[in-house]
Design a protein around this ligand. Structure first.
Ligand code: 5GP
Ligand code: ZN
Length: 113
């Protein structure tokens, strides 16, 4: 059994508020939302972060961003816009070590980092 919290969500051992699912991608609401809309998009297969992806990473990132585009269009905020954040490693602020892309929206954000 995996000790990774996001693998547990993929395997159905932990609940989540699902917003999207495909063969390769799962997306769900962040437990501690920092924005009115705050979703996490993860590959169902475990990778620690983008640094853990093989150079030829197949369609993993493409699948994640296609899912993000689909959800933003379906939920009606694609035109207003959104921000994606990918934290990598401790210096990058990563706290859950299963690759994920944050989708943040619902209000105007500062253009700074
Ligand atoms: P990171 O800092 O690693 O980029 O972001 C991890 C995110 O995962 C955080 O925003 C945190 O709130 C969220 N998170 C941590 N554990 C869980 C969980 O069990 N369920 C959900 N839905 N989100 C989680
Ligand atoms: Zn995992």
């Amino acid at each position: 059994m995996s000790s990774c919290v996001f693998c547990k969500i993929v395997e159905g051992q932990l609940p989540c508020q699902k917003v999207f699912e495909s063969e390769t991608v799962l997306a769900f609401k962040d437990l501690h939302p920092q924005h009115p809309i705050h979703y996490l998009f993860i590959p169902k297969k475990h990778y620690v972060n983008v640094a853990d992806l093989p150079d030829d990473n197949g369609n993993i990132m493409a699948d994640l961003f296609a899912a993000i585009k689909t959800v933003a269009e379906k939920e009606g905020f694609a035109e207003k816009g959104y921000r994606n954040v990918i934290n990598t490693g401790t210096w990058g602020g990563q706290t859950v070590f299963h690759l994920h892309v944050h989708l943040l929206s619902g209000r105007t954000m500062s253009p700074s980092f």
